[in-house]
Design a protein around this ligand. Structure first.
Ligand SMILES: Nc1ncnc2c1ncn2[C@@H]1O[C@H](COP(=O)(O)OP(=O)(O)O)[C@@H](O)[C@H]1O
Ligand SMILES: [Mg+2]
Length: 391
């Protein structure tokens, strides 16, 4: 058997075993069952910190829906592009997946509805041009999006399937587009069309500020993994090669992973290398000494990648805020304590705090409480300050 590493640390990289997400997958299956049974279902919103596995969940949902023959498409929202571009891209992918023919009428209607083309999306053989309101402005008129959802729902119902738009990084959407999306979802109620969206933890707040339909969505958190899930994520892919972990090795990995899905891939990937890539040696038992050997390279990848990138994305003032946090503690910190550490009032530093929250570098697990969004970040900052790292 070839020498391969089954783990995959990286944004959006599908894990070999998607552990601990049965509740979220059941939400998608339930939505599909409801629509196929001609019953209503709620639009889904998943929230979580970076690295929790939102993107890979959306991709899993996409596969599930397409396997059922549904029209479904994935799109990562960008700040620079409006909802029109997102919807166009989802529809084109969805149509390509369904094959030519089905729902084509709806797509040509869309072309007519939206007039002159200012945007082109194409996947495979299918090209759709969507005119997007006033030339030069990428944004759909609100009522056009309502009509689009309704027509899409009707076309899907005719074809005996559902249509689902999967939006990633929805927190980047503009307020205007978000309220248009909520309005459209409401207009299409009763039809088999829905969206499944993922975003950072403050997304529900943005949604409720954008429209009254907000409380009709089905929210769920994509959260830290429980220890048995970490064990499954790490041991499951190895078992396929008949490679196993000694109990102490697995315990140590659970500790290092600190419940964070991205770390499950990172530490397992480095441990696999430290054990000499045992995919071609069935019967191998990975030891805790090999996990210990992997710690250094894993830490190095974090220091040079994730931690460094996040720290350097912060402005001078924001860095001072992060340093103050790192000086206080690793875990939960009252925001008042950070202000005191900086010798300022809570109000004076609130804009720094907000920007760091928006960037997803820190988060607020409870009112007036802050925490670093990635485990180990406080330690990185302290090592950086102590001059232990090249900067
Ligand atoms: N449930 C899970 N079990 C194991 N690994 C996971 C799980 N969810 C995500 N991962 C891994 O975590 C990393 C981050 O996933 P990603 O979907 O990019 O997170 P997000 O979109 O929330 O930032 C990837 O390397 C992925 O393989
Ligand atoms: Mg993501």
């Amino acid at each position: 058997m070839a020498k391969v590493n089954p783990y995959c640390a990286g944004a959006g990289s599908r894990p070999p075993v998607l552990a601990g997400r049965s509740r979220q997958l059941a939400m998608v299956e339930n939505l599909a069952n409801q629509f196929e049974g001609k019953r209503p279902a709620e639009n889904i919103v998943w929230t979580g910190l970076r690295g929790m596995g939102k993107t890979v969940l959306l991709r899993e949902a996409l596969d599930h829906l397409r396997d059922r023959g549904w029209l479904a498409g994935y799109h990562e929202v960008r700040r620079s592009a409006g909802l029109g571009a997102s919807v166009a891209s989802v529809l084109v992918q969805g149509n390509a997946a369904l094959g030519r023919g089905k729902l084509t009428r709806t797509l040509s209607w869309l072309r007519e509805l939206l007039g002159a083309a200012t945007l082109t999306s194409s996947v495979g053989e299918v090209t759709v041009k969507l005119g997007l309101g006033q030339p030069g402005r990428v944004g759909l008129p609100e009522d056009a999006l309502d009509a689009l959802f309704v027509r899409l729902g009707e076309a899907a119902a005719d074809a005996g399937v559902g249509a689902v738009l999967l939006f990633d990084e929805l927190q980047l959407i503009s307020r205007h587009d978000l309220s248009a999306l909520l309005h459209a979802a409401q207009a299409a109620e009763g039809l088999p069309v829905a969206f499944v969206a993922a975003g950072l933890p403050d997304l529900p707040g943005q949604i409720s500020a954008a429209g009254s339909y907000a409380e009709r969505l089905y929210y769920d958190r994509v959260d830290w993994l429980r220890p048995p899930d970490v064990r499954e994520a790490v041991a499951g892919p190895a078992a396929e090669f008949r490679v196993h972990y000694a109990p102490e090795a697995l315990d140590l990995l659970v500790e290092l992973v600190a419940a964070y899905p991205f770390f499950a891939q990172l530490y397992a990937e480095e441990t696999w290398k430290a054990a000499g890539t045992p995919s071609d040696r069935p019967g191998t038992v990975i030891t805790s000494a090999e996990v210990r050997t992997a710690e250094g390279p894993a830490r190095h990848r974090l220091d040079e990648g994730l931690y460094r990138i996040r720290f350097e994305k912060a402005s001078g003032g924001e860095r001072a805020y992060l340093v103050a946090m790192a000086t206080i503690a690793d875990g939960r910190i009252p925001s008042g304590a950070v202000a005191r550490q900086l010798g300022r009032s809570v109000q004076e530093v609130s804009s720094l705090r907000e920007r760091l929250l928006q960037k997803g570098i820190i988060y607020s697990p409870a009112h007036n409480v802050l925490e670093f969004a990635v485990p180990g970040f406080a330690g990185y900052i302290r090592r950086r300050l102590a001059g232990e790292l090249e900067v």
